[in-house]
Design a protein around this ligand. Structure first.
Ligand code: SF4
Length: 567
């Protein structure tokens, strides 16, 4: 084994998607293999991407020296020189323009500890301008779920979803994008008789297993779902007991749907009226129906919540929340998409999805950090990029490549150029790094440890399987050094476990978790006091808002919007 070959016995978490399969390196296979009895891929299966997860670890284009821009050119520097430059440049921006002239971008490929430290750095310096690109991936759905159910993750678990009689999959392609979850949990249920209805503009791998495929005209997903709910109510298939005990505002909601007929909706959505009637009948008669929702259900502005609200209403009308095999289940895509958001890498929420204006959350954070976070919500990544060179003068980008991940590539490149100071922390040369003033060579997933949170709320530990190449530092160590240089608060931790411990004290979702408790298994949020394991099915007796009931949202004039691009 060479110095950077991974160790065969150490287990980590696959870095390729949010399912969170456990992997280890197999010398015999010269690649990844799964681990029997793992929390998600219990049978040790991996998909093609997972099997190839170690490819690139020994790639010869790794960044191995810090780079500093001198006279317009990026040249090699020592770590000390790079850190000195970072310290001086950040302080210049802070002195000249104040903290809101800085922006911080975390990443779903970074661990919970790394994203937590990045948002702590931003907030201690005095700005909420901190974001990660995965925040908008399910922005509409998460926003509706937080508002109405009080929780930003899957209401259920992959394992209990096997008990569903019906899956309504909207704007997602789990057969290709979450393949081990699809093949281990959904496919067996469908093979055993569960119905799969796929709502998606174009047929794809998931459609092959579907009993019905519908493709509403772009922008009419909410109308289609409301038409199904209206038809279901017309057939008397609602769950009267659930509506009476767990909801409010049903009468005005039902009234708002009264004029929706399948024939009229067929004209507007392009979905055959008979198909709408058939789906309403199947959904209404299912004992357990689950919604799985992907980025295709997002509104184009990621702010409107019509489709998400319509899906939640459908679940409430039929009593499909708070039981096994039911619920509203966002299919997160990127590795630590859930965790990056949970730990506060968002401009308007502190760790635990608590608003930056929430007095309790603010005082908990202030007590732990010794510094109060700023009160005013920050800029989103998109807003910050638009303000580069204007209101935003300096940026710290960790594991992100906004030069290609935003749609208007050329204008983003111009924006990056217009910054007074751009710091990029990356493992490989990227388009964004080309515009940087300082580039720090960072570690890859197999070279570092920490925790990541998968799509069904399980926090697992990644373990370093190999040392970073000579010259490269681990992301956490880089963040700690920058935090120590720029702030007066705690950025001295003995190890990543101490960072995680601090995170559990300021993030109620992760309260009670520990490295020891996670061990080689996982801990799922929320983890109630004294419970041996986290809560699988949310909202059983009460919603996470603390209330026993949640309100229906009357449909004013059933909207027609342009939906986001499916990906
Ligand atoms: Fe990795 Fe996702 Fe495939 Fe599992 S399903 S092996 S986490 S890419």
């Amino acid at each position: 084994m060479s110095g950077t070959d991974p160790e065969e016995t150490v287990e980590s978490v696959c870095p390729c998607c949010s399912v969170g399969c456990r992997v280890r390196y197999s010398d015999r296979r010269d690649g990844a293999v799964g681990c029997d009895g793992a929390p998600v891929n219990e049978e040790g299966r991996l998909c093609r991407n997972g099997i190839d997860a170690f490819d690139g670890l020994n790639a010869d284009d790794r960044l191995t020296d810090p780079l500093v821009r001198e006279g317009g050119t990026l040249v090699s520097a020592t770590w000390e020189e790079a850190f000195d430059r970072i310290e001086a440049e950040f302080e210049t921006v802070l002195d000249d323009r104040g903290p809101d002239a800085l922006a911080f971008f975390g990443a779903p490929r970074c661990t919970n500890e790394e994203n937590y430290l990045l948002q702590k750095l931003a907030r201690v310096l005095g700005t909420n301008n901190v974001d990660n690109r995965a925040r908008i991936c399910h922005g509409s759905v998460v926003s509706a779920m937080v508002e109405r159910l009080g929780s930003p993750g899957m209401t259920n678990t992959l394992s209990d979803l096997t008990e569903a009689d019906l899956f309504l999959v909207v704007g997602a392609n789990p057969a290709a994008q979450q393949p081990i979850a699809f093949n281990s949990y959904l496919r067996p249920a469908v093979n055993d008789g569960a119905t799969l209805i796929h709502v998606e503009p174009d047929a794809n791998e998931t459609t092959r297993l579907a009993d019905a495929h519908v493709a509403p005209t772009p922008g009419t997903d909410a109308l289609f779902v409301n038409a199904v709910t209206a038809e279901l109510l017309g057939r008397g298939l609602q769950d009267e007991a659930f509506i009476a005990e767990r909801t409010t505002n049903f009468e005005s909601f039902a009234e708002s749907l009264a004029s929706l007929s399948p024939d009229e909706c067929a004209e507007r959505t392009g979905v055959d009226a008979e198909r709408i009637r058939h789906i309403a009948e199947r959904f209404g008669r299912a004992d357990r129906a689950a919604v799985l929702v992907g980025t295709g259900a997002e509104e184009d502005d990621h702010e409107g919540t019509e489709t998400a609200d319509a899906l939640i209403d459908l679940l409430l009308v039929t009593g499909n929340i708070g039981r096994r095999g039911t619920g509203m289940n966002p299919l997160r895509g990127l590795t630590n998409e859930q965790g990056a958001n949970d730990v506060g890498c968002r401009p308007s929420t502190l760790p635990g999805f608590r608003p930056v204006t929430d007095a309790d959350a603010r005082s908990a954070v202030a007590e732990e950090w010794g510094a109060a976070p700023p009160l005013r919500p920050g800029r989103s990544e998109l807003d910050a990029v638009r303000a580069f060179g204007d209101a935003i003068r300096g940026a710290y980008v960790v594991g992100e490549n906004p030069a290609v991940s935003k749609r208007a590539t050329q204008s983003v490149a111009r924006s990056l150029e217009s910054l007074d100071f751009l710091l990029v922390q990356e493992a490989f040369p990227t388009e964004t790094a080309e515009h940087a003033d300082v580039v720090l060579p960072a570690s890859l997933w197999a070279e570092k440890g920490g925790t990541v949170t998968n799509l069904d709320r399980q926090v697992q530990r990644m373990r370093p399987m190999t040392a970073p190449p000579e010259g490269v530092r681990r992301d956490l160590d880089i963040l700690l050094e920058i935090g120590r240089r720029l702030t007066d608060v705690r950025f001295d931790y003995d190890d990543r476990e101490e960072v995680f411990d601090e995170l559990t004290r300021v993030n109620p979702l992760y309260a009670g978790m520990s490295y020891e408790g996670i061990g080689h298994e996982s801990q799922r949020w929320p983890l109630p006091d004294d419970a041996e394991e986290g809560t699988g099915i949310l909202h059983e007796e009460r919603f996470r808002t603390g209330e026993r009931r949640t309100a229906f949202v009357p449909v004013e004039a059933v909207p027609t919007r342009v939906s986001a691009h499916r990906d």
